[in-house]
Design a protein around this ligand. Sequence first.
Ligand SMILES: [Zn+2]
Length: 322
Amino acid sequence: MKLIEVTKAFATEEQCLEYLEAKRWPNGVRCLTCGSKEISRITRTVTKKSDNKRAKLYQCLEKTCKAQFSATTGTIFNGSHLSLDKWYMAIALIVDAKKGMSALQLSRHLQVNYRTAWYLAHRIREAMLDPDGLKLTGTVEIDETYIGGKQRGNKRKLLNKDVVIGMRQRGGPLRLVQVKDNRQGTVYEAIAQHVDHKGAKAIMTDESRIYDFRLTKFHKVPHSRIKHESGEYVKGHIHTNTVENSFSLLKRAVMGTYHQLSIKHLQRYLNEFSYRFNRREDAELFENTVMRMAGAKPMPYSKLIEENAFTPFVRPNFSTEK
Ligand SMILES: [Zn+2]
C-alpha cells in the first residue's frame, strides 16, 4: 500500500482501529488476558485521565477475568495521545523514504509539533529492530564506516569517531551495528554476534588490521582481503562493493536528511535504514510494518531519553554530534 492509498483508507481513527482489529484477531476478537470469546463492546468518550486513549474498548465477560482492552492494548500504539491515522501516515512515510525521514519533515507532514514527531519516529524505529536473531551465512562482506568523520588517513586517530560496522550477506540481508571504537576486539564482537561462523563460506574485508580472525571461531572461514590502499577494489569475486554501496546510501541519508543526528540514537537510525533496505522488494511493507508495530511493546518516553536504554552497542556517556 502506498502513501496515497494509506491516506485514503485510514482517514479516521475508526478505520485504523478496524484494520488493526481485523489483523490482530482474524477469527474474531478474543480477550487478551484469558482468551475468551465472550466479550462486549464499549464505545465511550475518552477522558484525559484514562490510560487507554482509544474510544473503542472491549470488556471480557468471563466472571473471573473482566479485563478491559482495545485493539491497541500491548502494542506500540498503546497509551499514545496521537491518533492512529497519524501513526499510520508516519509509518507509510518512513517505510517509503529511502533516505530516511527527519523529525522536522515528519512534523510538517503530520502537522504535529517537533517533539511529538521525534518521539513518534523513534518508537517506529525501535520496532524496526530485526529480532529474528538469524545470523548471516554464505559470502559475507564486512566493512566499517565512520559517521561524522572521514575514513581516510590514520585509522588509529579515528578511535573516537562513531564507528559503524556493516555486514552484508551477498544476495541477502544487511546489518549495521554501531560500535564504541574500531579496536579488533570490539569489531570482532559485533561480527560474532551477526555472522554465523558455521554457515559463512567466505568473509571479504579490506586490508585493515581490525579484521583478523586467525585466533577466533572464524579461523576456518576463508578470509579474502582487498587492498584498497593500493588502489585495488575488485579481484574476481573478492570485493566489498555490496556493503560499500549500502554505506553510501546510508551516508546520503545521514547527511541529506538528518542534519543533526544524535549519536546517542544512531543505532536506531541504523535499524531503520537496514530494515527498509532489507525489505525494499516487499510490496506490502506498510501492512507488514503495521503488524510489526502491533506486536511491538510500548516504549515510554522516559525510556527513550534515558541514556543507554536501548542497545549494548551504544557507548556510555554519549555526547550529541555537532
Ligand atoms: Zn478475559
